[in-house]
Design a binder for this molecule. Sequence first.
Ligand code: FAD
Length: 208
Amino acid sequence: MYDLAIIGAGINGSSVAYQFAKEGKRVIIFDMDDIASGGSGAAGAFIAPKFSKGGELKELLHDSFVYSMEFYEKNFPKLFRKTQLFHIAKDEESSKTLKIYKQNTSLELKEPLKEYLSSLEEQARVYEHICIDAGLVNAQATCMAMSKSAKYVKQKVDTLVYDDGLWIINDAFSAKSVLLATGAYEAIIKEPYIKMRGVWGHRIDIES
Ligand SMILES: Cc1cc2nc3c(=O)[nH]c(=O)nc-3n(C[C@H](O)[C@H](O)[C@H](O)COP(=O)(O)OP(=O)(O)OC[C@H]3O[C@@H](n4cnc5c(N)ncnc54)[C@H](O)[C@@H]3O)c2cc1C
């Protein structure tokens, strides 16, 4: 019997496995494929802020960004690379947004590397740009390292039954609590008010 059963070994499932195992909980993690075989393995895995004007979501994303940078640097320094992010607004509208962001952010604004500016000089002159420290994670290796202290079972979870205070998984495993970390895959529990959709990253040219 486990304290926590996690279904889905992407970045969400693996991070929770890591935190709970650190607290001394017995954790079991399921994935129908390999660890980080879903969105997390496909991701560019850039740790970057969202450049927006304001509001609660901006605050939450800012806090998540700062937390993640510190978390990966401290706990997985070999799987994380701090690197400059140089971002140019794409039009007048996003230029205005970026200007407001720059005026209000607590992040340290950096001088862009000369080669960034010279290769993108024209765009950078026309539209607002920003340069900050951001990061890049080796997503698959990080998910593997995070799941290490949990028991990993490569198995699709088809049935979840709550019986007498315990969750029974695939009629074979039991746990006090369950976390569904199945990403954008088909939900195991069919609830009309829970809708999943994929979240896609921006594609960028990493060489420049
Ligand atoms: C091309 C691309 C680029 C991206 N770039 C970035 C980026 O640069 N920065 C960023 O922050 N985000 C990025 N994202 C978004 C990010 O990858 C996702 O938000 C994140 O990986 C979602 O993680 P997750 O753990 O929720 O889901 P997933 O990583 O999809 O994990 C879900 C897991 O659940 C398993 N599973 C599903 N159903 C079952 C079941 N019934 N039984 C057992 N296992 C099951 C799947 O096999 C899968 O491994 C990108 C996404 C894509 C596709």
